[in-house]
Write a protein that binds this ligand. Structure first.
Ligand SMILES: *Cc1c(COP(=O)(O)O)cnc(C)c1O
Length: 384
């Protein structure tokens, strides 16, 4: 079976993890501090400096703490794109805020400045105030146009939170995503390009925000007067040292992996464009700075569930990529709460049931991709 993706873990990575386990120093400590230092340098640049970062136990924990650190709370409206992993909208609920679902553009699957402007205007019109925050998603590593988004947000005093869960290493205008908005969140789940098993990161240029995140990830505890003090109720959202050991090793290879993924994404586009089924498939747009955590196409005339089953019988593992939020149960059953009539997410609704993420990771060869495209041609020609 050609898996949708495979974690990239070498013998030497495993030895390094074992070495840290054998040291007995298991929970958040020196190795986490080193991983944080390397990640901060990786996300920063000479012009703006390096962001403050805090490792956490998952991408979802990162989203939860980012919202809490910004004091997004009960009755605040938060905009969220209609195409993402549900953890994005769940986190908004978990702080008691009110998510409003907005559209994404075709072929990039992310929010655009135009969609954002229209949604802000609709919220002001309907609710008499702008949303408190935009929780945007760099879906599959596709960088959102952050410069324009931030200009609009600043005009209305809206926080911009980046869900860069699947976008470590992606860049907009040369700046690493997740370190451009007010606060950014990453995941190191095995489906992401860099993995620590479970794991996540919060990133921000604001020292006060990161201090709050560090406190909340560790039971609300802070060092004070040579001792510890519990400043407010918090969570245990820490990462372990042996996970950080794996992450440190992976980070050293990340850029070369992303380069390879860019090559393979281009290769997919070439192979599909020149295949007999080209007209049936809408390809993702190849744009600068995309990190290609996932390569997803849209097949408007076929059901993805059927395609996934047929491709599986041919030894190819595919999935739907991400969820259209207006199709998940709790959103679907209460659409009036989540969708503004004047900003209906039409484009993303049309993707529902037609998205197909194809196998992609840096270990795959040109021949692996040819095999996928041939199988797809066969399945589409046979009219499944
Ligand atoms: C993976 C992912 C998450 C969740 O990350 P976890 O580490 O699994 O909690 C959130 N948002 C997006 C866009 C993701 O792709």
């Amino acid at each position: 079976m050609l898996k949708i993706s495979r974690p990239n873990i070498s013998e030497q990575d495993i030895r390094e993890v074992v070495r840290v386990i054998e040291s007995g120093d298991l929970v958040q400590g020196q190795v986490c501090a080193q991983f944080e230092a390397d990640l901060s340098r990786y996300l920063g640049d000479v012009e703006r400096g390096d962001p403050h970062v805090a490792l956490v136990s998952s991408g979802t924990a990162a989203l939860h703490l980012a919202l809490l650190a910004l004091s997004v709370q009960r009755d605040d409206y938060v905009l969220v794109p209609n195409f993402t992993f549900p953890a994005t909208i769940n986190a908004i609920h978990l702080v008691g805020a009110l998510p409003i679902v907005v559209d994404v553009c075709p072929r990039r699957y992310v929010i655009t400045p135009d969609i954002f402007t229209q949604a802000v205007n609709s919220i002001i019109e309907v609710h008499g105030r702008p949303p408190r925050a935009l929780l945007l998603v760099h879906e599959f590593g596709c960088p959102v146009d952050m410069v324009s988004i931030l200009k609009i947000a600043d005009r209305h005093g809206i926080y911009v939170i980046e869900d860069a869960a699947c976008a470590l290493g992606a860049a907009d205008h040369g700046y690493k995503v997740g370190a451009i908005g007010h606060i950014g969140c990453f995941s190191f789940h095995p489906r992401k390009t860099l993995t620590t098993g479970e794991g996540g990161l919060v990133s921000t240029m604001n020292a006060d925000l990161i201090e709050r995140v560090r406190k909340l990830r560790n039971h609300g505890m802070a060092l004070e007067g040579g001792g510890i003090e519990f400043k407010e109720p918090g969570f245990n959202y820490r990462m372990t040292n042996f996970q950080a050991a794996l992450g440190l090793r992976q980070l050293a290879s990340l850029d070369s992996w992303i380069e390879r993924r860019r090559y393979l994404a281009n290769k997919y586009c070439e192979l599909i464009s020149s295949s007999p089924c080209a007209e049936l498939i809408s390809l993702p747009e190849i744009i600068d700075g995309h990190s290609w955590q996932t390569f997803m196409v849209v097949v408007p005339t076929r059901r993805s569930s059927d395609l996934i089953v047929s491709l599986k019988t041919m030894g190819i593992e595919c999935n739907i990529g991400a969820q259209v939020l207006t199709s998940i149960q709790y959103v679907r059953n209460n659409e009036d709460h989540y969708v503004l009539k004047s900003a209906d997410p039409v484009q993303s609704r049309m993707m529902q049931g037609h998205t197909l993420a194809l196998p992609l990771c840096e270990q795959y060869s040109d021949d692996d991709l040819k095999r996928v495209v041939e199988a797809l041609e066969f399945v589409l020609a046979s009219g499944t």
